[in-house]
Design a binder for this molecule. Structure first.
Ligand code: HMG
Ligand code: MG
Length: 302
């Protein structure tokens, strides 16, 4: 079994994490969170989304957050753009990468972005073309690749179909997302294999929510396939407003601890990452969801 020697993490906490918060998080706090993540060594950060403020009010300050960043060379800042309107609004913020987001579940596509899977690809195509023409990278998030809150289990063939459509419109890399965290290692491997029919190993990432406590096991299963790109959320923030009951992504602290313990390099300083997690958890007025941070903070106090 040969595992990757290096893993690249995209922290999606500022977007996937905070989008689900009921209390409004001030722009300055979002900016400060991004700054702390980059100080901890994150080289990719999903900052915000250019979606309808009526649908996701928490992301309404997208342009202000982007404008507030003190960018660090070598860090890639990405934003979600579901349609041309979102892309055009995002352009002034000069993201390094935009993310179009589709689903392997028809019902989830309707609830999340108000259109069918086929319509979503039609909407994404001009966004992808415009981004590539402007020299901006393009990632495609694929939700519900293992299970859907509305349709139950999702067959890998549907993931393969969606990945093929993403590839056909020019998407450069895809995220295989277990949106509601129901996946177990072998099912997740099948979903990743389906994406790997269309994208190579460098262009497929794992995005695992931890609702059922399976996300670290699923991360290990992905590593065993050679996948070395993952999304995670500092302090385990988050959830999707259109996937009721789903909790946040696997905590970045937990992934980093596991990887470092396995001798896999991430370039991330766990202590500084924990500080970022404490900063946002204290603002939100609750304990971190990271098991590793809880354990290490207890030691720090002692
Ligand atoms: P729609 O209502 O079908 O859009 O929404 P529309 O084109 O008919 O326009 C209706 C209104 O929305 C108009 O405003 C537009 O201007 C406005 P009105 O005339 O009524 O005042 N509008 C926009 N405003 C700002 N930015 C835009 C935009 N587009 C239209 N880009 C839309 C379609 C996609 C916009 C809507 O459904 C939406 O915003 N959905 C939110 C989706 C979302 O953010 N979901 C959470 C992120 S996905 C996720 O978390 C999963 C992921 O983490 C992976 C995983 O775990 O699975 C990525
Ligand atoms: Mg997500």
């Amino acid at each position: 079994m040969s595992l990757p020697s290096h893993v690249r993490l995209i922290d999606v906490g500022p977007r996937d994490g905070l989008q689900n918060e009921k209390q409004m998080v001030p722009t300055a706090v979002k900016v400060a969170l991004v700054q702390r993540l980059q100080a901890a060594g994150l080289k990719e950060i999903e900052v915000t989304s250019f979606v309808s403020p009526k649908w996701v009010p928490q992301m309404a300050d997208n342009a202000q957050v982007m404008a507030g960043l003190v960018r660090q060379a070598g860090v890639r800042y990405s934003v979600l753009t579901p349609n041309l309107q979102g892309f055009q609004a995002a352009l002034a913020s000069a993201p390094d990468e935009i993310v179009v987001f589709g689903a392997a579940s028809e019902a989830f596509s309707q609830k999340n972005i108000n259109c069918s899977m086929a319509q979503s690809i039609e909407r994404f195509a001009p966004v992808v073309a415009a981004a590539l023409a402007a020299g901006i990278g393009v990632r495609g998030a694929m939700s519900c690749t293992v299970g859907s809150p509305y349709e139950g289990e999702i067959a890998p063939e549907r993931v393969s179909t969606l990945a093929g459509l993403m590839k056909s419109i020019g998407v450069q890399r895809v995220d295989v997302a277990d949106t509601i965290g129901v996946g177990t290692p072998l099912k997740v491997q099948r979903a990743l294999d389906a994406a790997l029919k269309h994208f190579d190993l460098d262009h497929v990432s794992g995005h695992f929510h931890d609702t059922y406590g399976q996300a670290l096991a699923n991360t290990l299963a992905a590593l065993q396939l050679g996948v070395w790109n993952f999304q995670s959320s500092v302090a385990g923030l988050g959830g999707c407003p259109y996937a009721k009951g789903a909790t946040g992504n696997v905590a970045t602290e937990d992934v980093v601890y596991m990887l470092h313990g396995m001798g896999i390099d991430t370039g991330i300083d766990l202590d500084q990452l924990m500080d970022a997690g404490q900063f946002i958890s204290q603002f939100l007025g609750r304990d971190t969801a990271s098991r590793v941070a809880k354990a290490l903070l207890t030691q720090r106090c002692a």
